[in-house]
Design a binder for this molecule. Structure first.
Ligand code: PLP
Length: 236
């Protein structure tokens, strides 16, 4: 394993406490969860934020998440927000708090299988493709319908579908971003009406550093913010 002091974790800066207090106060007053996205940042930065009382952190690489989880306090709620490969689920299954990026029924079944092996229940969000960019991952409405209406779903007893996640287009066009969020919120409202034992839609993960104010206006319940808190990243 790569030690955290080497390799890609080169862009450590002090965390931006001013931004953090401002953003967390704003979100708290609206009951919105703040996931601090710590990808590429060293464990020491995470610990700084932890010591201010923060517990929800987001990572998007399995190995990096595993290393940080081993090193850092065990009451951190780790959100996996990246693209998850089936063969890597087992590495995060024992501790992950919420997997945001379920983008196929196959992956959902794999998470259930790995969770069952260790007798855990894993909370997940279904990722919806709302951006125009082809490169972004996610399900369309037809695929969402297929999953929630699947006769196999009630048999997946070790996963809880807790909500939806989406990423808006990377663009200066705020109206476009707003429309994409609005569409995601409409899907969230639609699926929130249906409930079964392993399916209870209550979390809407949308909004990042550049677009979270729009996400708030459009009804987000959870935002994923990295650079405004931890500083710019050198990559991804
Ligand atoms: C990196 C990342 C974020 C945070 O991005 P910032 O622009 O730094 O706030 C949020 N969500 C996902 C899925 C990411 O990969």
């Amino acid at each position: 394993m790569i030690p955290l002091t080497r390799g890609i974790y080169f862009c450590s800066m002090a965390i931006n406490k001013e931004n953090y207090s401002k953003i967390s106060a704003e979100l708290e007053s609206r009951n919105i969860t703040l996931v601090a996205v710590s990808k590429t940042k060293p464990a020491s930065d995470i610990l700084d934020l932890y010591n201010l009382g923060h517990r929800d952190f987001g990572e998007n690489y399995v190995q990096e998440l595993q290393e940080k989880q081993e090193e850092l306090p065990k009451d951190i709620k780790w959100h996996f927000i990246g693209h998850l490969q089936s063969n890597k689920i087992k590495y995060i299954a024992p501790f992950v708090y919420l997997i945001h990026g379920i983008d196929s029924f196959k992956l959902l079944k794999e998470v259930d299988k790995q969770a069952k092996k260790i007798d855990r229940n894993i909370n997940v969000l279904l990722q919806v493709h709302i951006a125009q960019e082809e490169t972004k991952f996610g399900l369309d409405e037809t695929e969402l319908d297929e999953i929630v209406n699947s006769p196999e779903l009630p048999g997946l007893k070790n996963v809880n579908i807790q909500g939806l996640m989406g990423m808006a287009s990377f663009t200066e066009d705020k109206e476009k971003v707003r429309n994409e969020f609005r569409y995601l919120k409409s899907l969230f409202d639609k699926y929130a009406q249906l409930q079964t034992t392993n399916y209870k839609v209550q979390t809407l993960s949308m909004g990042m550093s550049a677009d979270y104010p729009i996400a708030i206006e459009e009804g987000t319940t959870l935002v994923r913010i990295g650079s405004l808190i931890f500083g710019e990243r050198a990559h991804n």
